[in-house]
Design a binder for this molecule. Structure first.
Ligand SMILES: Cc1cc2nc3c(=O)[nH]c(=O)nc-3n(C[C@H](O)[C@H](O)[C@H](O)COP(=O)(O)OP(=O)(O)OC[C@H]3O[C@@H](n4cnc5c(N)ncnc54)[C@H](O)[C@@H]3O)c2cc1C
Length: 462
Protein backbone atom coordinates (compact mmCIF):
# COMPACT_ATOMS: atom_id res chain seq x y z
CA UNK A 1 0.00 0.00 0.00
CA UNK A 2 1.44 3.42 -0.79
CA UNK A 3 0.61 6.98 0.21
CA UNK A 4 -1.07 7.70 -3.10
CA UNK A 5 -3.84 5.27 -2.09
CA UNK A 6 -6.56 7.57 -0.76
CA UNK A 7 -9.02 6.03 1.67
CA UNK A 8 -11.97 7.75 3.34
CA UNK A 9 -13.36 6.30 6.55
CA UNK A 10 -16.80 7.69 7.35
CA UNK A 11 -17.68 7.34 11.04
CA UNK A 12 -15.25 6.79 13.87
CA UNK A 13 -16.82 3.90 15.75
CA UNK A 14 -14.60 0.92 16.50
CA UNK A 15 -15.12 -0.66 13.07
CA UNK A 16 -14.03 2.42 11.16
CA UNK A 17 -11.13 3.19 13.47
CA UNK A 18 -9.55 -0.28 13.46
CA UNK A 19 -9.52 -0.13 9.65
CA UNK A 20 -8.21 3.46 9.69
CA UNK A 21 -5.34 2.61 12.06
CA UNK A 22 -4.23 -0.50 10.22
CA UNK A 23 -4.47 0.97 6.72
CA UNK A 24 -2.64 4.14 7.77
CA UNK A 25 0.05 2.01 9.43
CA UNK A 26 0.42 0.18 6.11
CA UNK A 27 1.09 3.50 4.35
CA UNK A 28 -2.28 4.50 2.86
CA UNK A 29 -3.42 8.12 3.01
CA UNK A 30 -6.39 7.74 5.35
CA UNK A 31 -8.89 10.50 6.11
CA UNK A 32 -11.57 9.94 8.75
CA UNK A 33 -14.80 11.98 8.66
CA UNK A 34 -16.89 12.04 11.84
CA UNK A 35 -20.04 14.07 12.32
CA UNK A 36 -19.55 14.26 16.12
CA UNK A 37 -17.30 16.80 17.76
CA UNK A 38 -13.87 15.98 19.17
CA UNK A 39 -14.18 14.61 22.71
CA UNK A 40 -17.89 13.89 22.25
CA UNK A 41 -17.74 10.84 19.99
CA UNK A 42 -18.99 7.55 21.46
CA UNK A 43 -21.41 6.82 24.26
CA UNK A 44 -20.80 8.27 27.70
CA UNK A 45 -20.97 4.87 29.40
CA UNK A 46 -19.22 1.51 29.60
CA UNK A 47 -19.96 -1.68 27.65
CA UNK A 48 -18.39 -5.13 27.80
CA UNK A 49 -15.89 -6.84 25.52
CA UNK A 50 -13.19 -9.52 25.65
CA UNK A 51 -9.77 -7.93 26.19
CA UNK A 52 -8.04 -10.27 23.73
CA UNK A 53 -9.85 -8.60 20.81
CA UNK A 54 -7.04 -6.01 20.73
CA UNK A 55 -4.41 -8.77 20.38
CA UNK A 56 -6.52 -10.48 17.70
CA UNK A 57 -6.65 -7.22 15.74
CA UNK A 58 -2.90 -6.64 16.13
CA UNK A 59 -3.41 -3.52 18.23
CA UNK A 60 -1.89 -2.66 21.61
CA UNK A 61 -4.27 -2.94 24.56
CA UNK A 62 -5.31 0.44 25.96
CA UNK A 63 -4.20 1.57 29.41
CA UNK A 64 -6.39 0.95 32.40
CA UNK A 65 -7.75 4.49 32.38
CA UNK A 66 -9.89 3.31 29.42
CA UNK A 67 -11.38 0.15 30.98
CA UNK A 68 -12.22 -1.67 34.19
CA UNK A 69 -12.81 -5.33 35.01
CA UNK A 70 -16.24 -6.49 33.81
CA UNK A 71 -18.65 -6.62 36.74
CA UNK A 72 -20.38 -9.74 38.06
CA UNK A 73 -23.70 -10.40 36.32
CA UNK A 74 -26.82 -12.20 37.37
CA UNK A 75 -29.49 -13.47 34.94
CA UNK A 76 -32.94 -13.20 36.48
CA UNK A 77 -36.04 -15.05 35.26
CA UNK A 78 -39.06 -13.10 33.94
CA UNK A 79 -41.02 -13.88 37.13
CA UNK A 80 -38.00 -12.52 39.08
CA UNK A 81 -38.00 -15.61 41.31
CA UNK A 82 -35.08 -17.52 39.79
CA UNK A 83 -31.55 -16.35 39.06
CA UNK A 84 -28.26 -17.72 37.77
CA UNK A 85 -24.85 -16.16 38.17
CA UNK A 86 -22.99 -15.59 34.91
CA UNK A 87 -19.61 -17.33 35.44
CA UNK A 88 -16.75 -14.86 35.77
CA UNK A 89 -13.61 -15.55 33.77
CA UNK A 90 -10.12 -14.87 35.10
CA UNK A 91 -9.46 -11.19 35.93
CA UNK A 92 -9.38 -8.86 32.92
CA UNK A 93 -10.31 -11.54 30.39
CA UNK A 94 -13.56 -9.58 29.99
CA UNK A 95 -13.43 -5.82 30.41
CA UNK A 96 -15.71 -2.80 30.34
CA UNK A 97 -14.18 0.02 28.31
CA UNK A 98 -15.60 3.52 28.62
CA UNK A 99 -16.95 4.11 25.13
CA UNK A 100 -15.82 7.71 24.73
CA UNK A 101 -12.35 6.95 26.09
CA UNK A 102 -12.08 3.98 23.77
CA UNK A 103 -12.86 6.25 20.81
CA UNK A 104 -10.20 8.72 21.99
CA UNK A 105 -7.71 5.84 22.31
CA UNK A 106 -8.39 4.73 18.73
CA UNK A 107 -8.18 8.33 17.50
CA UNK A 108 -4.75 8.68 19.09
CA UNK A 109 -3.51 5.46 17.46
CA UNK A 110 -4.90 6.55 14.06
CA UNK A 111 -3.27 9.98 14.18
CA UNK A 112 0.05 8.42 15.25
CA UNK A 113 -0.24 6.09 12.26
CA UNK A 114 -0.59 9.12 9.98
CA UNK A 115 -4.38 9.33 9.49
CA UNK A 116 -6.20 12.67 9.49
CA UNK A 117 -9.42 13.02 11.47
CA UNK A 118 -12.02 15.62 10.50
CA UNK A 119 -14.58 16.11 13.26
CA UNK A 120 -17.97 17.77 12.84
CA UNK A 121 -18.33 16.63 9.21
CA UNK A 122 -21.56 14.91 8.22
CA UNK A 123 -20.97 12.91 5.04
CA UNK A 124 -24.30 12.35 3.36
CA UNK A 125 -23.47 11.63 -0.25
CA UNK A 126 -21.39 9.09 -2.07
CA UNK A 127 -20.30 10.04 -5.58
CA UNK A 128 -20.94 7.17 -7.99
CA UNK A 129 -19.71 7.19 -11.58
CA UNK A 130 -20.19 4.29 -14.00
CA UNK A 131 -21.41 2.11 -11.10
CA UNK A 132 -18.27 2.78 -9.07
CA UNK A 133 -17.98 4.81 -5.90
CA UNK A 134 -15.31 7.40 -6.69
CA UNK A 135 -15.54 9.51 -3.56
CA UNK A 136 -17.84 11.59 -1.38
CA UNK A 137 -19.53 14.93 -1.74
CA UNK A 138 -18.39 17.61 0.70
CA UNK A 139 -19.83 21.13 0.58
CA UNK A 140 -21.25 20.32 -2.85
CA UNK A 141 -17.84 19.30 -4.23
CA UNK A 142 -16.48 15.88 -5.14
CA UNK A 143 -13.63 14.64 -2.98
CA UNK A 144 -11.94 11.74 -4.75
CA UNK A 145 -11.08 8.52 -2.89
CA UNK A 146 -9.90 5.13 -4.11
CA UNK A 147 -11.99 3.53 -1.39
CA UNK A 148 -14.81 4.74 0.84
CA UNK A 149 -15.19 2.77 4.08
CA UNK A 150 -18.71 3.15 5.40
CA UNK A 151 -18.63 2.83 9.20
CA UNK A 152 -21.61 5.06 9.89
CA UNK A 153 -23.70 2.41 11.66
CA UNK A 154 -26.67 0.13 11.01
CA UNK A 155 -28.89 2.80 9.44
CA UNK A 156 -26.21 3.98 7.01
CA UNK A 157 -27.54 6.46 4.46
CA UNK A 158 -24.49 5.84 2.28
CA UNK A 159 -25.29 2.15 1.77
CA UNK A 160 -28.63 3.17 0.24
CA UNK A 161 -26.88 5.05 -2.56
CA UNK A 162 -25.01 2.07 -4.00
CA UNK A 163 -25.92 0.76 -7.44
CA UNK A 164 -28.55 -2.01 -7.16
CA UNK A 165 -26.39 -4.55 -8.99
CA UNK A 166 -24.12 -5.05 -5.96
CA UNK A 167 -27.09 -6.39 -3.92
CA UNK A 168 -26.02 -4.52 -0.78
CA UNK A 169 -29.04 -4.47 1.53
CA UNK A 170 -30.26 -0.91 1.90
CA UNK A 171 -31.77 -0.97 5.40
CA UNK A 172 -32.35 -3.52 8.16
CA UNK A 173 -35.94 -4.41 9.05
CA UNK A 174 -37.64 -3.42 12.29
CA UNK A 175 -37.28 -7.01 13.52
CA UNK A 176 -33.50 -6.68 13.04
CA UNK A 177 -33.41 -3.86 15.55
CA UNK A 178 -33.37 -3.85 19.32
CA UNK A 179 -34.59 -0.51 20.61
CA UNK A 180 -32.83 0.37 23.82
CA UNK A 181 -33.59 2.94 26.46
CA UNK A 182 -30.53 3.53 28.63
CA UNK A 183 -30.67 5.75 31.68
CA UNK A 184 -28.57 6.60 34.70
CA UNK A 185 -30.04 7.26 38.15
CA UNK A 186 -28.66 8.17 41.54
CA UNK A 187 -28.36 5.20 43.88
CA UNK A 188 -30.64 5.06 46.89
CA UNK A 189 -28.26 5.66 49.79
CA UNK A 190 -27.66 2.61 51.95
CA UNK A 191 -29.68 0.30 49.70
CA UNK A 192 -28.36 -3.16 48.77
CA UNK A 193 -28.36 -4.64 45.26
CA UNK A 194 -30.84 -7.43 44.39
CA UNK A 195 -28.12 -10.03 45.22
CA UNK A 196 -25.80 -8.54 47.77
CA UNK A 197 -22.50 -9.53 46.09
CA UNK A 198 -23.57 -8.96 42.45
CA UNK A 199 -23.68 -5.45 40.98
CA UNK A 200 -25.29 -6.22 37.61
CA UNK A 201 -28.73 -7.77 37.28
CA UNK A 202 -30.37 -8.58 33.95
CA UNK A 203 -34.00 -9.69 33.81
CA UNK A 204 -34.66 -11.81 30.73
CA UNK A 205 -37.97 -11.21 28.93
CA UNK A 206 -38.49 -8.39 31.37
CA UNK A 207 -42.22 -8.08 32.16
CA UNK A 208 -42.86 -10.73 29.50
CA UNK A 209 -41.51 -8.49 26.74
CA UNK A 210 -39.20 -9.73 23.97
CA UNK A 211 -36.40 -7.70 25.47
CA UNK A 212 -34.40 -7.44 28.66
CA UNK A 213 -34.18 -5.04 31.56
CA UNK A 214 -30.98 -4.46 33.49
CA UNK A 215 -30.32 -2.56 36.66
CA UNK A 216 -26.63 -2.23 37.49
CA UNK A 217 -24.57 -0.47 40.10
CA UNK A 218 -21.77 1.14 38.08
CA UNK A 219 -18.20 2.08 38.98
CA UNK A 220 -19.26 5.69 39.64
CA UNK A 221 -21.80 4.60 42.26
CA UNK A 222 -24.77 5.35 39.99
CA UNK A 223 -27.43 3.00 38.70
CA UNK A 224 -27.24 2.07 35.03
CA UNK A 225 -30.60 0.96 33.59
CA UNK A 226 -31.24 -0.58 30.19
CA UNK A 227 -34.67 -1.51 28.89
CA UNK A 228 -35.23 -2.82 25.43
CA UNK A 229 -37.63 -4.19 22.94
CA UNK A 230 -37.44 -5.70 19.49
CA UNK A 231 -39.08 -3.99 16.49
CA UNK A 232 -40.26 -0.74 18.06
CA UNK A 233 -39.07 1.75 20.66
CA UNK A 234 -40.68 1.62 24.10
CA UNK A 235 -43.29 4.28 24.75
CA UNK A 236 -42.84 6.65 27.70
CA UNK A 237 -45.62 4.83 29.57
CA UNK A 238 -43.94 1.46 29.01
CA UNK A 239 -40.64 2.88 30.21
CA UNK A 240 -42.28 4.22 33.37
CA UNK A 241 -43.96 0.86 34.00
CA UNK A 242 -40.75 -1.09 33.51
CA UNK A 243 -38.75 1.28 35.68
CA UNK A 244 -41.32 0.85 38.45
CA UNK A 245 -40.94 -2.91 38.18
CA UNK A 246 -37.13 -2.72 38.37
CA UNK A 247 -37.43 -0.34 41.33
CA UNK A 248 -39.65 -2.77 43.21
CA UNK A 249 -37.15 -5.56 42.58
CA UNK A 250 -33.89 -3.72 43.04
CA UNK A 251 -33.78 -1.29 45.97
CA UNK A 252 -30.73 0.61 44.65
CA UNK A 253 -32.76 2.29 41.88
CA UNK A 254 -33.89 5.76 42.96
CA UNK A 255 -36.26 8.20 41.22
CA UNK A 256 -33.45 10.72 40.61
CA UNK A 257 -32.59 10.46 36.94
CA UNK A 258 -29.21 11.81 35.82
CA UNK A 259 -29.47 11.22 32.07
CA UNK A 260 -31.23 9.02 29.54
CA UNK A 261 -31.12 8.18 25.86
CA UNK A 262 -33.05 6.06 23.34
CA UNK A 263 -30.80 4.24 20.91
CA UNK A 264 -31.20 1.34 18.44
CA UNK A 265 -28.90 -1.72 18.26
CA UNK A 266 -28.42 -4.10 15.36
CA UNK A 267 -29.39 -7.67 16.24
CA UNK A 268 -29.22 -8.95 12.67
CA UNK A 269 -26.81 -11.53 11.25
CA UNK A 270 -24.15 -10.06 8.95
CA UNK A 271 -25.24 -8.33 5.76
CA UNK A 272 -25.16 -10.68 2.75
CA UNK A 273 -22.61 -8.54 0.94
CA UNK A 274 -20.83 -5.41 2.18
CA UNK A 275 -18.82 -4.57 -0.95
CA UNK A 276 -19.31 -2.54 -4.10
CA UNK A 277 -16.70 -1.12 -6.45
CA UNK A 278 -14.87 1.55 -4.44
CA UNK A 279 -16.92 0.86 -1.27
CA UNK A 280 -16.97 -1.40 1.76
CA UNK A 281 -19.26 -1.37 4.82
CA UNK A 282 -17.67 -2.32 8.17
CA UNK A 283 -18.99 -2.64 11.73
CA UNK A 284 -22.70 -2.02 12.30
CA UNK A 285 -22.98 -0.71 8.71
CA UNK A 286 -22.48 -4.36 7.69
CA UNK A 287 -24.50 -5.67 10.70
CA UNK A 288 -21.30 -7.07 12.21
CA UNK A 289 -22.77 -7.72 15.65
CA UNK A 290 -23.45 -10.74 17.82
CA UNK A 291 -27.17 -10.93 17.07
CA UNK A 292 -28.23 -12.21 20.51
CA UNK A 293 -27.46 -8.95 22.31
CA UNK A 294 -26.25 -6.59 19.61
CA UNK A 295 -22.63 -6.68 20.80
CA UNK A 296 -20.86 -5.06 17.90
CA UNK A 297 -17.70 -3.57 19.38
CA UNK A 298 -15.74 -6.77 19.21
CA UNK A 299 -17.39 -8.15 16.08
CA UNK A 300 -16.88 -4.83 14.26
CA UNK A 301 -13.23 -4.70 15.33
CA UNK A 302 -12.67 -8.26 14.10
CA UNK A 303 -14.40 -7.55 10.77
CA UNK A 304 -12.40 -4.37 10.23
CA UNK A 305 -9.10 -6.09 11.11
CA UNK A 306 -9.84 -8.99 8.75
CA UNK A 307 -10.61 -6.46 6.00
CA UNK A 308 -7.49 -4.36 6.55
CA UNK A 309 -5.19 -7.39 6.91
CA UNK A 310 -6.56 -8.83 3.69
CA UNK A 311 -6.21 -5.74 1.51
CA UNK A 312 -2.74 -5.06 2.93
CA UNK A 313 -1.57 -8.65 2.41
CA UNK A 314 -2.91 -8.68 -1.17
CA UNK A 315 -1.60 -5.15 -1.78
CA UNK A 316 -4.95 -4.19 -3.31
CA UNK A 317 -4.79 -0.91 -5.23
CA UNK A 318 -7.95 -1.34 -7.23
CA UNK A 319 -10.76 -1.63 -4.68
CA UNK A 320 -13.35 -3.46 -6.74
CA UNK A 321 -16.04 -5.54 -5.06
CA UNK A 322 -14.47 -8.68 -6.54
CA UNK A 323 -10.99 -7.84 -5.24
CA UNK A 324 -12.23 -7.13 -1.72
CA UNK A 325 -14.83 -9.92 -1.46
CA UNK A 326 -12.46 -12.66 -0.12
CA UNK A 327 -12.13 -10.69 3.12
CA UNK A 328 -15.85 -11.25 3.71
CA UNK A 329 -15.54 -14.96 3.00
CA UNK A 330 -12.86 -15.06 5.72
CA UNK A 331 -15.04 -13.03 8.10
CA UNK A 332 -17.96 -15.35 7.46
CA UNK A 333 -15.89 -18.49 8.05
CA UNK A 334 -14.62 -17.15 11.38
CA UNK A 335 -17.63 -15.21 12.71
CA UNK A 336 -20.43 -14.54 10.22
CA UNK A 337 -21.77 -18.05 9.85
CA UNK A 338 -21.87 -18.55 13.63
CA UNK A 339 -23.70 -15.23 13.94
CA UNK A 340 -26.28 -16.47 11.38
CA UNK A 341 -27.00 -19.36 13.74
CA UNK A 342 -27.24 -16.98 16.70
CA UNK A 343 -29.60 -14.73 14.75
CA UNK A 344 -32.00 -17.68 14.37
CA UNK A 345 -31.60 -18.64 18.03
CA UNK A 346 -32.41 -15.07 19.06
CA UNK A 347 -35.56 -14.90 16.92
CA UNK A 348 -36.87 -18.11 18.53
CA UNK A 349 -35.55 -17.82 22.08
CA UNK A 350 -36.95 -14.34 22.68
CA UNK A 351 -40.35 -15.78 21.85
CA UNK A 352 -40.19 -18.78 24.16
CA UNK A 353 -42.94 -18.61 26.72
CA UNK A 354 -41.73 -16.92 29.89
CA UNK A 355 -42.63 -20.05 31.86
CA UNK A 356 -39.79 -21.93 30.12
CA UNK A 357 -37.26 -19.28 31.03
CA UNK A 358 -38.62 -19.17 34.59
CA UNK A 359 -38.10 -22.89 34.74
CA UNK A 360 -34.65 -22.79 33.10
CA UNK A 361 -33.46 -20.23 35.63
CA UNK A 362 -35.16 -21.80 38.63
CA UNK A 363 -32.00 -23.74 39.51
CA UNK A 364 -33.78 -27.08 38.91
CA UNK A 365 -32.65 -27.34 35.30
CA UNK A 366 -29.15 -25.91 35.38
CA UNK A 367 -27.51 -24.28 38.37
CA UNK A 368 -24.52 -22.01 38.98
CA UNK A 369 -22.18 -25.04 39.13
CA UNK A 370 -23.37 -26.44 35.79
CA UNK A 371 -22.83 -23.06 34.12
CA UNK A 372 -19.37 -22.65 35.66
CA UNK A 373 -18.47 -26.19 34.60
CA UNK A 374 -19.62 -25.53 31.02
CA UNK A 375 -18.14 -22.07 30.57
CA UNK A 376 -14.88 -21.89 32.52
CA UNK A 377 -11.52 -23.23 31.36
CA UNK A 378 -10.34 -26.52 32.94
CA UNK A 379 -7.37 -24.72 34.57
CA UNK A 380 -9.62 -22.16 36.30
CA UNK A 381 -9.82 -22.82 40.04
CA UNK A 382 -13.45 -21.61 40.06
CA UNK A 383 -14.53 -24.39 37.71
CA UNK A 384 -16.24 -27.10 39.78
CA UNK A 385 -15.32 -30.77 39.41
CA UNK A 386 -17.63 -32.89 37.27
CA UNK A 387 -20.30 -34.48 39.44
CA UNK A 388 -22.14 -37.62 38.46
CA UNK A 389 -25.66 -36.65 37.37
CA UNK A 390 -24.73 -33.05 36.52
CA UNK A 391 -26.30 -33.34 33.08
CA UNK A 392 -28.79 -36.16 33.59
CA UNK A 393 -31.15 -33.69 35.31
CA UNK A 394 -31.10 -31.59 32.14
CA UNK A 395 -31.83 -34.61 29.94
CA UNK A 396 -34.57 -35.76 32.25
CA UNK A 397 -36.25 -32.37 32.19
CA UNK A 398 -36.02 -32.19 28.41
CA UNK A 399 -37.54 -35.65 27.92
CA UNK A 400 -40.51 -34.81 30.11
CA UNK A 401 -41.26 -31.44 28.54
CA UNK A 402 -42.26 -32.26 24.97
CA UNK A 403 -43.50 -28.78 24.04
CA UNK A 404 -40.28 -27.16 25.27
CA UNK A 405 -38.39 -29.92 23.49
CA UNK A 406 -40.22 -29.19 20.27
CA UNK A 407 -39.46 -25.48 20.48
CA UNK A 408 -35.77 -26.16 21.19
CA UNK A 409 -35.47 -28.77 18.46
CA UNK A 410 -37.03 -26.61 15.76
CA UNK A 411 -34.76 -23.73 16.82
CA UNK A 412 -31.76 -26.07 16.62
CA UNK A 413 -32.72 -27.38 13.16
CA UNK A 414 -33.27 -23.91 11.75
CA UNK A 415 -30.07 -22.68 13.35
CA UNK A 416 -28.06 -25.51 11.82
CA UNK A 417 -29.66 -24.85 8.44
CA UNK A 418 -28.63 -21.19 8.75
CA UNK A 419 -25.09 -22.26 9.62
CA UNK A 420 -25.07 -24.42 6.53
CA UNK A 421 -26.39 -21.75 4.13
CA UNK A 422 -24.09 -19.09 5.60
CA UNK A 423 -21.19 -21.53 5.32
CA UNK A 424 -21.88 -21.83 1.58
CA UNK A 425 -21.08 -18.17 0.94
CA UNK A 426 -19.59 -18.01 -2.60
CA UNK A 427 -15.80 -18.19 -2.45
CA UNK A 428 -15.43 -16.35 -5.75
CA UNK A 429 -17.14 -13.06 -6.56
CA UNK A 430 -19.58 -12.86 -9.45
CA UNK A 431 -22.60 -10.57 -9.50
CA UNK A 432 -24.87 -13.51 -10.36
CA UNK A 433 -23.45 -15.83 -7.75
CA UNK A 434 -23.65 -13.20 -5.01
CA UNK A 435 -27.20 -12.24 -6.00
CA UNK A 436 -28.37 -15.87 -5.80
CA UNK A 437 -26.69 -16.58 -2.50
CA UNK A 438 -27.79 -13.25 -0.96
CA UNK A 439 -31.40 -14.06 -1.88
CA UNK A 440 -31.19 -17.45 -0.22
CA UNK A 441 -29.45 -16.13 2.89
CA UNK A 442 -31.83 -13.20 3.36
CA UNK A 443 -34.85 -15.43 2.75
CA UNK A 444 -33.64 -17.79 5.44
CA UNK A 445 -33.70 -14.99 8.00
CA UNK A 446 -37.05 -13.62 6.78
CA UNK A 447 -38.62 -17.09 6.88
CA UNK A 448 -37.31 -17.77 10.35
CA UNK A 449 -38.74 -14.47 11.53
CA UNK A 450 -42.15 -15.38 10.11
CA UNK A 451 -42.09 -18.93 11.51
CA UNK A 452 -41.00 -17.81 14.97
CA UNK A 453 -43.71 -15.12 15.03
CA UNK A 454 -46.35 -17.68 13.95
CA UNK A 455 -45.23 -20.16 16.61
CA UNK A 456 -45.46 -17.42 19.23
CA UNK A 457 -48.95 -16.43 18.07
CA UNK A 458 -50.09 -20.08 18.24
CA UNK A 459 -48.58 -20.52 21.70
CA UNK A 460 -50.25 -17.34 22.93
CA UNK A 461 -53.65 -18.60 21.74
CA UNK A 462 -53.36 -21.84 23.75
C1 LIG B 1 -27.12 0.52 24.89
C2 LIG B 1 -26.09 -0.21 24.10
C3 LIG B 1 -25.31 -1.17 24.69
C4 LIG B 1 -24.34 -1.85 23.96
N1 LIG B 1 -23.55 -2.77 24.58
C5 LIG B 1 -22.58 -3.39 23.91
C6 LIG B 1 -21.68 -4.29 24.56
O1 LIG B 1 -21.77 -4.51 25.78
N2 LIG B 1 -20.72 -4.87 23.83
C7 LIG B 1 -20.60 -4.64 22.50
O2 LIG B 1 -19.71 -5.22 21.86
N3 LIG B 1 -21.43 -3.80 21.84
C8 LIG B 1 -22.41 -3.17 22.51
N4 LIG B 1 -23.25 -2.30 21.85
C9 LIG B 1 -23.21 -2.21 20.38
C10 LIG B 1 -22.13 -1.27 19.91
O3 LIG B 1 -22.33 0.00 20.45
C11 LIG B 1 -22.14 -1.18 18.38
O4 LIG B 1 -22.30 -2.44 17.81
C12 LIG B 1 -20.82 -0.59 17.91
O5 LIG B 1 -20.59 0.64 18.51
C13 LIG B 1 -20.84 -0.41 16.40
O6 LIG B 1 -19.65 0.15 16.03
P1 LIG B 1 -19.45 0.87 14.62
O7 LIG B 1 -18.01 1.19 14.56
O8 LIG B 1 -20.01 0.05 13.53
O9 LIG B 1 -20.34 2.14 14.64
P2 LIG B 1 -20.75 3.18 15.72
O10 LIG B 1 -20.12 2.93 17.04
O11 LIG B 1 -22.25 3.23 15.64
O12 LIG B 1 -20.14 4.51 15.14
C14 LIG B 1 -20.64 5.14 14.00
C15 LIG B 1 -20.01 6.51 13.95
O13 LIG B 1 -20.31 7.10 12.70
C16 LIG B 1 -20.66 8.44 12.89
N5 LIG B 1 -21.53 8.80 11.77
C17 LIG B 1 -22.74 8.29 11.48
N6 LIG B 1 -23.21 8.83 10.34
C18 LIG B 1 -22.27 9.68 9.90
C19 LIG B 1 -22.18 10.52 8.74
N7 LIG B 1 -23.17 10.58 7.86
N8 LIG B 1 -21.06 11.27 8.58
C20 LIG B 1 -20.05 11.22 9.49
N9 LIG B 1 -20.09 10.44 10.60
C21 LIG B 1 -21.18 9.67 10.79
C22 LIG B 1 -21.39 8.44 14.23
O14 LIG B 1 -21.37 9.72 14.81
C23 LIG B 1 -20.56 7.43 15.02
O15 LIG B 1 -19.48 8.04 15.68
C24 LIG B 1 -24.19 -1.58 22.57
C25 LIG B 1 -24.98 -0.59 21.97
C26 LIG B 1 -25.91 0.09 22.72
C27 LIG B 1 -26.73 1.15 22.04
Amino acid sequence: MNNTTKIAVIGMGQGGMVAAIKLAQAGAKVTVFERGLEGKVGYDWRDDITASVFDDCGLPRPNQDVYIQKAKWLFVSPDEKGALRVPQFKPFVEISPHRRRLTAYFADLAVRAGATINYGVNVEKLVVEDDRVIGIELDGKLEHFDLVIDATGMYSKLREQLPEKFCVQKQPTEQDTMYAYRAFFEKNEGAETFFSDVDNTMVLRHMDSDGIGWCNLNDEGNVDVLLCNIARPLTDDEIAERLADLRAMNPILSEKKLSDRKVPLSVRAGIATPVADGYVALGDSAFMTIPIMGSGIEAGMHGAAIFADYVIAMDIQNFTAANMWPFYVKYFAKFGKGFALLDIVRRHALRFKSKYINWALSGKFVNDDTLRYLMLQPDDYRRPKYKFGMFSAILWKLIFNPSFNCAVLSMAFEGLHALNVAGRIPKKYSLDGIAKWAKKYNKLIDNCEKKAAKRQARANKK
